[in-house]
Every structure is written in structure tokens, then in C-alpha cells.
Design a protein around this ligand. Structure first.
Ligand SMILES: C[S@@+](CC[C@H](N)C(=O)[O-])C[C@H]1O[C@@H](n2cnc3c(N)ncnc32)[C@H](O)[C@@H]1O
Length: 434
């Protein structure tokens, strides 16, 4: 396909996303089915442009004076992809392109960003969240959010159950992976350019051999704060697809026992092939249909990890459509779930054991507020220094250690963000039972 046709397709896909409230993935898949002539490279190009338009939706709409799918896609070419007006003009002259640029579009496409626009416009987030971002980031709300309005890098965790970081290095060269600045056993791959379709990471042999897992560095650092020891009894209470379970298993070097529970049995099933690939033999799945299996663990665990369901605001770089779908009611619902889950999960901690609470949200309502509410209702728990706990795992580099200390809050919890750490937004707190 020529670029003109791809731009027209991106406008169609974005219309579906905005009017039918579809995720980009399914809107792009539907378009791909209609457009049999489109190849894999075209699909990557079109989805990539739609995602970038959504990442910067408010600032592009403000610059273009137009928040229609056409305005957003044209604006994304200029303001996200850096195309100049001649390149856009040339594409719009091609066959199957949308109608030519209007005079107003031409003027708007070359305008510089407006430094007087309000923070939710400069930072590209929904206006109703403005007080929430101001609460957590103060005057830095717009710059913090701008770092969430770009494409995300990819991190790999080296599975030390199978290989060490040095041995993993050579096969990762083809994926352009560099050693992580923050973690010893991790590699970092800069965000990919959607106009250059590259092989998926899952297709590299190091992945199928179980040498590496795709896991954001923020998620790896949150798991490090658990500092799980060989021989411990551990419950991963919201195990889902098992990202944290596998990281904990590696920390424990195959010794001790991990119980992986999730209220959603289907999500747990996704963990089975991952466990096989990873070579972790000490993980037992606790299915929600067998509640007595879970009850037996009451008061027995050295460590309970709660990777709580949340609004996912920390992952806006990867899922920019979710940023605009989020509504106040969902935030309230997640807070209630977090309260209930913390109370329930804490019953499995043995005296002297620890409870780690993590979210991939930067909202204090899902983070510090939930922890302090829990502590007020459970005086047998006290909060410890989560930065020092992560450092004690031995998994962080000197830069990683300095970074978690720098972003440790007054009560000991840590909040990482794309701007601070080039990770997803992550929050983690460590609570110890007397
Ligand atoms: C953030 S995700 C977990 C991601 C996972 N730990 C990982 O690292 O890949 C949150 C999980 O909590 C689960 N969940 C939601 N409510 C729950 C509850 N009441 N009890 C246990 N798990 C719950 C969801 O099904 C979801 O899989």
C-alpha cells in the first residue's frame, strides 16, 4: 500500500476506536479482514499511527483545532511522526488517499505547540483526571504525563533458572537488546518504529528456550521488592498470566513453594505454558474452583504478593486507548477491589511474614491510600522500606538502587514512572506482620 491509502485506513480505524469504543487491536484486526490487499507491514504502520494519535490526542486536537479522526491522524503525522507539510501533501495526492489538505489544516500542521495550554492538554490525559495527576505529581503533572504519551520500550528479564545474563547476551543481539541500566539480569530494547515492521520477540530462539521473559523493568523491580528467598512459602494472590510468579520463582532458585492464585481461572491457564518454558518446578496453581486449597494456606505464608487489579494508568504508553476509556466509576470500583483483596490476602501471611502490594497505576487513590487504609484497619502490619527491600534482593544495579531510593515516598513505598525511570508506572509497598 502507498502512504495515502494507509492514512485513509488509519482514519477509518481511529473512527472505529472512538465511535464504537473498540480497542485499537480489534479495530485494526477488523480493518485487516476487510482490506485483504494490506500486508503485515501496512497493518503495523496503520496501527502504529492510530496508537500515536491516541497517545497525543488532546495536544493534537488542540494544535489542529479539530478532534475528528481525520484531524487527529493528520496531526499525528506532523506532531508525533515529525512529517513535514510537503511529505503529508505528497501522500494526500496519492491514489486512495483522503481528500487533500484544507487551508486550515495546512496552517495548523505547521504550528508550534502551545505552552499556555492546560496541563491535561499538554500532557494528553482526560480532563477529569487533572486533580488526580496534580495530587501525585504537582506542577510536574504535564511533563510526567508527556513521558507516558510516547511509545514504550521493551524490557526482557533473563530467566536465571536456565541461563545467566552473560550467556543470554549473544542470542539477544538480533533483537537489538542492550543490558538494562537498572537491573543486573535484564535487557532493554528501545521502542520500535511502527513503520519498520520487525520480527516479534516471541520468535527469537532465546524466548522459546525460556531464557528470557518479556517483563517491564518496573514490574521486575516491584517483584524484586518481594526479595523472595529460596525455601520460602509464597502466595502470588493475583497471579494472572504469571509475570510476577515467574520472577519470584527465579529469585527462589527452585527451592521452596510458590502458590499461584487468581480469581480468574482462565488467566491462570495462560501460566501453564509459561511455567513449562521457564523450567520453574516449584509453582503450584491454586484454581478458584478449589477454594479449600487456598484456605489451607491461611496464616502459613512467608510472603504474599498482591499484584492488584488496577486502572493500569502506568501502562498508558502501551495502551493509549485505555487512557481515554477510563471513567471515574472504574477507578472507584478498582479501589473497592483493592481494599477487599488486601484484607483477604493478608490472612495468608504468617507472623513475621510480609505482604507486598503492587499496582501498575500511579494514582494515589489506588496506591498510598489503599495501603494506609489497610494499615489503619490491621495494626499488626507495619510498612517497611520498599526501596531497601528491592536493593536487598541483589537484582538492582547501582543506578537502579539510586533510582528506587530517589523515588521512595515518606512511608517507604516506591513509585516509578516513565519519566523517572523509563519504566511503566509502578507502585510497590512492603508490609510486615508482627
Ligand atoms: C495486575 S493483574 C495481575 C498480573 C500478573 N500478576 C502478572 O504479573 O502477569 C491483576 C489480577 O488480579 C486478578 N483479580 C481480580 N480480582 C481478584 C480477586 N478478588 N482475587 C484474586 N485475584 C483477583 C485479575 O484476574 C488479574 O489477573
Amino acid at each position: 500500500m502507498r502512504n495515502g491509502g494507509r492514512i485513509a485506513a488509519a482514519i477509518d480505524v481511529l473512527s472505529d476506536v472512538l465511535t464504537r469504543h473498540q480497542p485499537v487491536k480489534s479495530a485494526a484486526r477488523d480493518w485487516g479482514k476487510r482490506a485483504r490487499y494490506a500486508g503485515a507491514k501496512d497493518r503495523a504502520w496503520v496501527s502504529g499511527l492510530v496508537l500515536d494519535a491516541l497517545r497525543k490526542r488532546n495536544s493534537i486536537a488542540h494544535a489542529m483545532g479539530d478532534d475528528s479522526p481525520r484531524g487527529l491522524i493528520l496531526g499525528a503525522l506532523a506532531h508525533a511522526w515529525g512529517w513535514n507539510i510537503r511529505e503529508i501533501d505528497a501522500a494526500m495526492d496519492e491514489e486512495h488517499a483522503p481528500s487533500k489538505l484544507t487551508l486550515q489544516e495546512r496552517e495548523r500542521l505547521v504550528m508550534a505547540p502551545d505552552p499556555t495550554a492546560p496541563p491535561h492538554v499538554q500532557g494528553d490525559y482526560p480532563e477529569w483526571l487533572a486533580p488526580h495527576l496534580a495530587r501525585v505529581f504537582g506542577e510536574e503533572a504535564a511533563v510526567e504525563a508527556q513521558a507516558m504519551a510516547v511509545r514504550a520500550d521493551v524490557d526482557l528479564r533473563v530467566n536465571t533458572l536456565k541461563v545467566d545474563a552473560e550467556k543470554a547476551a549473544a542470542p539477544l543481539k538480533s533483537a537489538k537488546a542492550e543490558p538494562s541500566k537498572l537491573l543486573h539480569n535484564a535487557y532493554h530494547i528501545p521502542a520500535r518504529d511502527p513503520s519498520q515492521r520487525e520480527a516479534s520477540l516471541e520468535s527469537i530462539p532465546a524466548y522459546s528456550k525460556g531464557w528470557v521473559e518479556v517483563q517491564d523493568a518496573g514490574s521486575q523491580i516491584a517483584a524484586a521488592a518481594a526479595n523472595a528467598q529460596p525455601g520460602e512459602q509464597v502466595l502470588d494472590y493475583c497471579a494472572g498470566g504469571g509475570g510476577k510468579t515467574l520472577a519470584l520463582a527465579a529469585q527462589m532458585q527452585g527451592k521452596g513453594q510458590i502458590f499461584a492464585y487468581d480469581i480468574d481461572g482462565r488467566r491462570l491457564s495462560a501460566l501453564i505454558p509459561r511455567l513449562k518454558r521457564s523450567g520453574a518446578h516449584n509453582v503450584q496453581l491454586v484454581h478458584p474452583s478449589e477454594p479449600t486449597q487456598l484456605e489451607d494456606l491461611t496464616g502459613q505464608m512467608d510472603l504474599v504478593f498482591v499484584d492488584a487489579p488496577c486502572t493500569g494508568t502506568g501502562t498508558w504508553r502501551r495502551r493509549p486507548d485505555a487512557k481515554w476509556r477510563l471513567k471515574p466509576g472504574q477507578l472507584a470500583k478498582r479501589q473497592q477491589e483493592q481494599t477487599d483483596i488486601l484484607a483477604m490476602a493478608s490472612t495468608f501471611v504468617k507472623p513475621g511474614g510480609r505482604l507486598v502490594y503492587a499496582t501498575c497505576s500511579f494514582l494515589m487513590e489506588e496506591d498510598e491510600d489503599r495501603v494506609s487504609e489497610f494499615l489503619a484497619a490491621h495494626p499488626e502490619f507495619t510498612e517497611e522500606d520498599a526501596a531497601e527491600a528491592a536493593i536487598a534482593s541483589g537484582l538492582l544495579t547501582d543506578d537502579g538502587a539510586a533510582m528506587v531510593r530517589n523515588y521512595r515516598g515518606p512511608s517507604g513505598s516506591v513509585r516509578l514512572t516513565p519519566r523517572r525511570a523509563e519504566t511503566d508506572g509502578f507502585f510497590f509497598a512492603v508490609l510486615r506482620k508482627a
